[in-house]
Design a protein around this ligand. Structure first.
Ligand SMILES: [Zn+2]
Ligand SMILES: [Zn+2]
Ligand SMILES: [Zn+2]
Length: 478
């Protein structure tokens, strides 16, 4: 047996593109032909979750019939989820059977106004978070949403063999039942990159990633689960860019009308960021290019990442501490930070070389500071005579060789950030020229043995390797 989930819509409150907007996101969505109606999911043709104002017409356009719907689950009383006119239209048809409408009291009250009080065909069943209702063969668990609407809930829907979580509208502060494991997660990403996202009890791309990381940590989802972004709006980048961002997180962007079959022949998921063999990814860019954020995004949906801070800094440097704190605040809670400067000149190479396939991925930020630190420690700048200078050079070369060798042979996933320092004028002081030469050489050696090399300018990354699929760039054809 299988369960078919038809997405009648995947858009947010105003849909996407927004009908009254000409922003870059809306123009791109229109140009790419990605028109998204209010988010709604139809399970096996009988159980409809949310029915906003767009939804009945969207179903007709998609060739999906609603006459078989026997259960309507409503998450909350917002126009893009609860639409009383749909009940009235249904009453006007004469071939529909009984209907149970389940939702928070506030939503049911406004829906009920569209029907005469004595309508025998429709039962309203108010629920609150924590309730469990049996609807035919489906067990529906009602979970609390974090959203600005009275009694707002999300739904955990299971039959004997499959389970899905319909999670919109909600901020990240929802929880799932102990030991729940989902085959399908429909998770909202209302705000994308729009900075208003955090205050509105919705998700944006950053909190979408951290929620996925949390759910993976809790084993509510794993690599067999499909994760689809819904409730999308124009805070998001162009659909082709968003699709690549979601792929990095192990999530999907699918068009309205998609049918997700759980447990049947169509089951399966597209390739995601984590392959079975180790990945070495080098992220290059100038100062403030967005290279750290790009590298973090590659691993953002991973619940466990070892973040390697390479800076050696004075403990009383306040400005530096603030910068580190800002970096830390951006990273998911399950990540651990390792200050590699304390581990000696060989510490980084030993860490990379010792990774096993099951280990947490390593994010090194950044090689520039690591190299500067090593050059300091081995005495490149302070050698008193030629003999000492030769010894320092040899020690530096040994440390760099060890890192390159570790990068070549590691069995774990590693992402390293480094600066591209060759674009400016040639430094007019010897130490600047020397450092530039050393770093350029290290970057080139690592790039030659990396699975992908990304170059970041103005926050936009592209692969320098011609045959790679670039994570954050639209495909050529669009
Ligand atoms: Zn909504
Ligand atoms: Zn717009
Ligand atoms: Zn809402």
């Amino acid at each position: 047996m299988s369960v078919d989930v038809t997405l009648l819509g995947t858009g947010g409150g105003a849909g996407w593109p927004h009908p009254f907007c000409t922003c870059a996101s809306c123009e791109a969505a229109a140009a790419e032909g990605e028109i998204r109606a209010h988010t709604s999911a139809l399970v096996d043709g009988v159980l409809l979750v949310d029915c906003g104002q767009d939804v009945p017409r969207s179903a007709v356009r998609l060739g999906v019939r609603l006459d078989g719907v026997r259960y309507l689950l409503v998450t909350h009383d917002h126009h893009d989820h609860a639409n009383g006119a749909a009940l009235l239209w249904r009453r006007w048809a004469d071939c529909t059977g009984p209907l149970q409408v389940i939702g928070p009291r506030s939503a049911l009250d406004s829906l009920a106004q569209w029907l005469p009080p004595d309508d025998p065909g429709v039962d309203f069943i108010p629920v609150v978070a924590g309730d469990v209702v049996q609807l035919g063969s489906y067990t529906v668990r009602v979970l609390a949403a974090e959203h600005d609407s009275e009694g707002a809930v999300i739904y955990d829907i299971a039959d004997a063999a499959h389970r899905l979580l319909y999670a919109t509208d909600t901020g990240p502060g929802f929880s799932t039942p102990l030991r729940a494991h989902y085959d399908l997660l429909l998770l909202e990403n209302s705000w994308g990159e729009c900075p208003a996202g955090e205050q509105t009890r919705h998700h944006d791309l950053a909190s979408f990633a951290s929620t996925l990381a949390r759910l993976r940590r809790e084993n509510a989802i794993d690599d067999r689960s499909r994760v689809i972004a819904v409730h999308l709006g124009h805070g998001n980048p162009a659909p082709s860019v968003l699709r690549a961002r979601l792929t990095d997180m192990g999530a999907e962007l699918v068009p309205d009308g998609s049918v997700i079959r759980l447990g049947g022949a169509l089951a399966g998921r597209p390739a995601t960021r984590r392959p079975t063999r180790p990945q070495r990814i080098l992220v290059l860019g100038g100062a403030r290019s967005g290279k750290s954020v790009t590298a973090e995004r590659l691993l953002a949906a991973d619940p466990r990442v070892t973040y390697v801070a390479t800076a050696a800094h004075a403990p009383d440097d306040d400005e530096w501490r603030d910068r580190i704190a800002a970096h830390q605040a951006r990273r998911p809670a399950g990540w651990t930070t390792l200050e590699i400067a304390a581990q000696g000149v060989d510490g980084l190479a030993e860490l990379v070389a010792g990774r096993e396939p099951a280990d947490a991925p390593v994010l090194i930020d950044c090689l520039t500071l690591w190299l500067a630190h090593v050059m300091d420690v081995v005495g490149v700048w302070t050698a008193a005579d030629d003999v000492a200078a030769k010894a320092a050079d040899l020690e530096l070369a040994t440390a760099v060789d060890a890192l390159v060798q570790a990068w070549r042979t590691t069995c774990g996933d590693v992402v390293a950030v480094s600066n591209e320092v060759g674009s400016g004028v040639v430094p007019d002081y010897p130490s600047g020229r020397r450092f530039r030469d050393e770093l350029g050489g290290l970057n080139a050696r690592l790039a030659a043995i990396s699975d992908d090399v990304l170059f970041v300018e103005a926050g936009i990354s592209r692969s320098l390797l011609p045959d790679r699929v670039t994570p954050h760039q639209p495909p050529e054809s669009s």
